[in-house]
Design a binder for this molecule. Structure first.
Ligand SMILES: Cc1cc2nc3c(=O)[nH]c(=O)nc-3n(C[C@H](O)[C@H](O)[C@H](O)COP(=O)(O)O)c2cc1C
Ligand code: FES
Length: 637
């Protein structure tokens, strides 16, 4: 292990690593992010080790277990460099063929390549539509780096921004560069990082703290997790630079306990950085001291809020406090404390290395740089995508996301996590940035993007998010605690056919009260899912309340399944699959659902062969009387 005592030491060490690495040497990157891990990526990696040895290629081919490549839906992802051949959905049993055909035979395994809509196979990762439209400046290095190897990070220029900051720039100059870049926080609020840093720097007191917010409580979001797991040094380097600019010597990473791989890789990264002299006392011989403690959070959504997070770091209950005095001035143990999100910190080294002007050249007037989104829901290509601020929603969902599965219609996209809003189809052409999303009643949040198709009930969606927030509210302030509970009660009533005239107005009044009077941003933004769905999908609320009808056919209490006697072919499929034996009939006998027994699980609807289409969902209309038992299919009129 080298101890790097100066910036030239770091440069020398980088050169040494690069001279030992032949850029033309074949290297196999196996995604070992959490998504691919679930697809058995470790077994894929082991199979590569064995096959490479068996084929006499040991030493001639490098194997690298990397962090998430983003296209998690197609895991396990394997990319072979230098050609950048990308294989998708690789299983351990595919590996012998990859090794013999591609590594030995220099040919392609066609069936593992991406297939475009026109049936054309795409070989190179960067040409796959999912990747082609992205700008992966923060996330893209994941695929080149074994997160457990600091050398991989250094080889790619890692820690050069730190060296530049420490030896070529004063703390004030670093601060000015970040301010000039107008880097806005990626964790939710979009507050300018440079201004927050300045507040903490100028706040009275010698002891200052810098913190990484890796709580990431939004359902479906895993951007921060994948960055920490896949490229932990980029976050640490950003934190070190921020600490230098602010005048802090102690940092914290608040990471949720449910992210064991992130914690593991972070711990390893910290140990390596300390060994190399990049963390601890007299960093790179600059005289600057800084170290980091990792705090594992207990997984409460509200603890991601800045003041709550700092309470938790102190060992107290992670609940928010009123912020008459901001945490940037009085945070952990009442000391000035600067909190930024994982992605915000990971962006800092790029700004220092490439300059604020470069960063400002990406994005829109008010939102610079890129943003990583977790694209999930009813979209063909789910995964993590990094796009320049200002890309329109349509491009993200259709060009990168590949559109809606099974040819269904797009209905809405929810951005901004549980407190975000649902954006309807007519706004698909708005640019994605902090300001534009807010204008249409949603927000950027930390980057959750949930796509919904025509089968989604928007009242049910509002209820889902409100239920999440009601469960996660700390209960400390009355408006949030009681407001959420009451709103949820009303939504439950509406979804179960007990909605009353006036409910929409009541929801709007409660929303206004919560927004005005709640203690923290959980409460002040909690009404967004309800308000945005009322605004854009009011007709669905009205149908539930007035006609007791769920237009999307989702709310169980408002739907019934019915077998159309004319279409039933007496194929027995629904009858055999019904888990509660609610279907009667037999060979040649029309099948009938006993409505009293039916639990509305929808199995009959799903298994009825599409060519028959005999099972239908009814909502807002009476179920026709059943045909007499024993009616033969041949006797149907
Ligand atoms: C209820 C609640 C939960 C939050 N959870 C997170 C989180 O998990 N991660 C995060 O970075 N910010 C979260 N935030 C935002 C933080 O309070 C804070 O604004 C952010 O970490 C600051 O970093 P940034 O300026 O880099 O975005 C949350 C806010 C609220 C109100
Ligand atoms: S975990 Fe492999 S692509 Fe995301």
């Amino acid at each position: 292990m080298p101890r790097l005592n100066s910036a030239p030491d770091l440069d020398e060490f980088r050169k040494e690593i690069l001279t030992q690495r032949d850029p033309n040497k074949v290297s196999v990157a196996i995604c070992s992010g959490t998504g691919c891990h679930a697809y058995d990526s470790e077994k894929v990696a082991e199979a590569f080790v064995n096959e490479i040895e068996r084929n006499g290629l040991k030493g001639k081919v490098d194997i690298r277990r990397t962090g998430c490549h983003g296209f998690c839906e197609r895991g396990t992802i394997v990319v072979i460099f230098p050609e950048e051949t990308c294989y998708l959905r690789v299983k351990p049993e595919d590996v012998p063929e990859i090794v013999s055909t591609t590594l030995v035979g220099k040919k392609l395994v066609d069936r593992l390549l991406y297939e475009g809509d026109d049936g054309q196979k795409i070989v190179h990762e960067g040409e796959i539509p999912f990747y082609k439209h992205q700008s992966r400046i923060v996330f893209g290095n994941n695929r080149f780096i074994d997160p457990k190897s600091i050398d991989d990070y250094i080889a790619l220029g890692g820690y050069s921004a730190l060296a530049k900051a420490l030896f070529k720039l004063t703390p004030e100059q670093v601060l000015e560069e970040v301010k000039k870049a107008n880097l806005r926080g990626r964790g939710g609020g979009g507050f300018p990082a440079g201004i927050k840093w300045e507040t903490t720097r100028n706040a009275p007191g010698d002891t200052k703290y810098v913190i990484v917010n890796a709580d990431e409580g939004d359902p479906g979001a895993y951007m921060d997790r994948s960055l920490l797991e896949g490229n932990p040094h980029s976050v640490l380097e950003g934190l070190l630079i921020g600490a230098y600019a602010i005048g802090s010597h102690q940092g914290f990473v608040y990471v949720r306990r449910e992210y064991p791989l992130a914690v593991e890789n972070l711990d390893i990264a910290l140990r390596q950085a300390r060994w190399y002299g990049l963390m601890g006392k007299d960093i790179l011989g600059s005289g600057f001291d800084f170290d980091v403690m990792v705090h594992r959070g207990a997984g409460a959504f509200v603890s991601g809020e800045s003041s709550a997070l700092m309470m938790a770091l102190e060992g107290r209950v992670g609940e928010p406090r009123p912020k008459y005095i901001r945490t940037a001035v009085s945070g952990i143990w009442e000391r000035p404390s600067n909190l930024n999100n994982v992605e915000t910190w990971a962006t800092v080294p790029l700004i220092i290395n490439k300059g604020a002007d470069w960063f400002r050249s990406i994005g829109t007037e008010g939102s610079k740089g890129t943003k990583i989104f977790s694209l999930v829901g009813k979209v063909n290509n789910t995964g993590l995508v990094e796009v320049p601020m200002g890309m329109i929603l349509r491009e993200v969902i259709f060009d990168i996301g590949g559109g809606i599965p099974e040819g269904k219609k797009f209905k809405a996209v929810q951005t901004g996590g549980p407190s975000g809003g649902c954006i309807p189809e007519r706004f698909l052409d708005i640019p994605v940035d902090f300001n534009e999303l807010t204008k249409v009643g949603s927000m950027m949040g930390s980057g959750g993007m949930i796509v919904m198709d025509e089968d989604t009930c928007m009242v049910d969606i509002a209820r889902y998010f409100l239920n999440f927030l009601a469960e996660e509210s700390c209960g400390k302030c009355v408006p949030c605690r009681e407001g959420l509970r009451q709103m949820l009660k009303i939504l439950n009533n509406i979804c179960t056919g007990k909605g009353n005239e006036g409910d929409i107005k009541l929801l709007e009044e409660l929303a206004e009260m919560m927004t005005d009077a709640s203690l923290c941003a959980l409460g002040t933004t909690a009404a967004n899912p309800v308000l945005s769905t009322i605004k854009y999908f009011r007709d669905e609320y009205e149908a539930h309340i007035e006609q007791k009808r769920c237009p999307a056919g989702v709310c169980k209490a408002l739907i019934s399944y019915y077998i159309e006697p004319e279409k039933c072919q007496a194929c027995l499929i629904c009858l055999r699959n019904c888990p509660v034996d609610a279907i009667t009939g037999g060979k040649n006998l029309v099948h009938v659902i006993d409505q009293a027994k039916c639990t509305k699980c929808g199995t009959c609807f799903e298994v009825c062969p599409p060519r028959f289409g005999a099972v239908v969902k009814l909502s807002g209309e009476p179920v026709p009387l059943p045909v007499p038992s024993g009616t033969k299919v041949a006797q149907r009129k």
